[in-house]
Design a protein around this ligand. Sequence first.
Ligand code: NAP
Length: 330
Amino acid sequence: MFKAIYLTKNDDGGTVAEVKDLTEAELPEIEGAVTVAVDYSTINFKDGLAITGKSPVVRKFPMVPGIDFAGIVHATNHPKWKIGDEVILNGWGVGESHWGGLSQYARVSGDWLISKPTSLSSKECMSIGTAGYTAMLCVLALERSGVTPQHGEILVTGASGGVGSFAISILSGLGYQVVASTGKKNEHEFLVSLGAKEIMDREIFSTPGKPLQKERWAGVVDTVGSNTLANACASTKYGGVVTACGLAGGMDLPLTVAPFILRGVSLIGIDSVMASKDVREKAWNRLAKDLKPSVISEIAKVVNLQEAIEIGGDILKGVIRGRVVVDVNG
Ligand SMILES: NC(=O)c1ccc[n+]([C@@H]2O[C@H](COP(=O)([O-])OP(=O)(O)OC[C@H]3O[C@@H](n4cnc5c(N)ncnc54)[C@H](OP(=O)(O)O)[C@@H]3O)[C@@H](O)[C@H]2O)c1
């Protein structure tokens, strides 16, 4: 028997989340299956949506949520993996359409796993988690587009959240001047400690603005969407690059084409879920190289499976600072 967060639907169509004892025989079958003894998982915004049922991210019930995990191969039918290998997983629909990592054991396709970077512990990998990996995908996109520290300031929105915190830390470590937009007055000191050189109130971005505004940003990491992303595009400098990865403020995008056709601004979509193995390995290798261990532990706090259910609701309220790591054996 092992423990997992187990999601079911009640008679009213609401989602019920509980910590339940399961057996290995109940884990879903899949081609090239690898069963992983999970060390750590995390609570991401999407896990909050799954646990609360606030948005239909879960494709079938019952479901074990958890879009990422780190652990050790316990059994394998996949040629790449052997028992005892240390692995990590992000995305691939795990925790949405396939049982996920908020569990002491997970059975997934071996094609979805990558090796854990040797210089990072399982706990550090999940402290970084999908949020840090997504932040790195944004940074890699800015670099690929030729945005260097010499080009000017980078705006990070949703700054105190998981993606935002890691984006600030990575970018400032690489020498970029980072401006952080946050709704949390009590987290200014934290954001400065991560490397933000200026803090802006998120209200400035979250109300509707003009199609073209004063040019300021060489690059943007946006985790919020909606008016915030529209205003960020409208205030990006000529030739600047905006990376869009989130929807914490809404799914809509009330934007005009003006920034693109008059200022040559690029808007780049970032997806962590279906990114290729090469892209994942590149991002994780850079995370292992570019992040300081002290920053990783500063950004993350650890909870157990039962506590994770409550945190699932809190993350949607935008009240969590940094990352929540789940010790599934805690
Ligand atoms: N594309 C991908 O593959 C991918 C991967 C991971 C995450 N995401 C998405 O990226 C977003 C951030 O993820 P996360 O894990 O960093 O979540 P998070 O830890 O909950 O952070 C989101 C942050 O956004 C800000 N925020 C919350 N509600 C807001 C609102 N109504 N208006 C404006 N800002 C608001 C808050 O920061 P402040 O208080 O500091 O403003 C909050 O801490 C989510 O939408 C998530 O689904 C996408």
